[in-house]
Design a protein around this ligand. Structure first.
Ligand code: ADP
Ligand code: MG
Length: 258
């Protein structure tokens, strides 16, 4: 246990149910500043639900989320947890950026408009400042020349890089990527991985759900295998991908996707 540094985010006993289905069933996790964590696991194992819970897009049923050591996002009322919308919508959403499989760009706004939106409406920054941030972030993902076009004219890889720029515009301390390349044609995967890699090299703390094991192995400090709403195994990429150290469930899963 690392005791000399405080986790950036810490989850304790997270449970999320959809009616009778328990999608996340008691997850404990501490992610330290600068860490690159990759979560792998079969479809339906609760990976997206867990990420969405960390970004307060899902209201958890039990557990505690701490951000920088402080209990975050919820108030306790009548023995139940309730999302504290004021706390979540402004300060916390800005601290945790999220990138989705299907980009979720605003189709009626230009690329620049998409990237300015968070700083403008969530953080209430003045237009010139929001624009300057958006210019910087689009330069970072290599899309300065696409500022004035609409998302529909972009390739999938470019759309995803805009989505990354949009998340970065809020200056998050933590980035969550939920299968960022799963919707892309194979030849477009590399440019998105390169963008994530560059961000990792700058020291960004990140949690990435991916089915690309080569990428996971290359980027991760730590890999978690999730199945049935729980963490089944956790280790270095070497430990998780080395057949001699794998348990049966990991072996079966990896043999199906590689
Ligand atoms: P993964 O991302 O690992 O594929 P998910 O977190 O999407 O898994 O889903 C975990 C389980 O929760 C699945 O059984 C899925 O069908 C269920 N689930 C996810 N979202 C919802 C929802 N909004 N309503 C009901 N069930 C859901
Ligand atoms: Mg998912």
């Amino acid at each position: 246990m690392n005791t000399d540094r405080q986790p950036l985010i810490q989850l304790e006993g997270i449970i999320k149910r959809y009616k009778n289905l328990t999608a996340v069933n008691g997850v404990n996790l501490a992610v330290y500043p600068g860490e690159k964590l990759v979560i792998i696991g079969p479809s339906g194992s609760g990976k997206s639900t867990l990420l969405r819970s960390m970004n307060f897009l899902e209201e958890i049923d039990a557990g505690v989320i701490r951000f920088e050591g402080r209990e975050a996002g919820y108030v306790h009322r009548h023995g139940r947890l309730h999302l504290d919308r004021q706390q979540v919508v402004c300060p916390l959403r800005a601290e945790i950026g999220m990138v989705f499989q299907h980009f979720h760009l605003f189709p009626h706004m230009t690329v620049l408009g998409n990237v300015m939106e968070g700083p403008l409406t969530v953080q209430k920054k003045p237009v010139p400042e929001a624009r300057a941030i958006a210019y910087d972030m689009l330069a970072k993902v290599g899309l300065s020349d696409k500022r004035d076009v609409f998302p529909a004219t972009l390739s999938g890889g470019q759309k995803q890089r805009v989505a990354i720029a949009r998340a970065l515009a809020m200056r998050p301390k933590l980035m969550l990527f939920d299968e960022p390349t799963s919707a892309l044609d194979p030849e477009l995967v590399g440019e998105v991985f390169d963008t994530i890699h560059a961000l990792a090299d700058e020291g960004m703390t990140m949690i990435i759900v991916t089915h690309h094991m080569g990428f996971a192995r290359e980027l991760a400090d730590r890999v978690i295998f999730m199945d049935g709403g729980v963490f089944v195994a956790e280790g270095t990429p070497q430990e998780i991908f080395d057949e001699r150290m794998q348990n049966e469930r990991i072996r079966t899963f990896l043999s199906r996707i590689i």
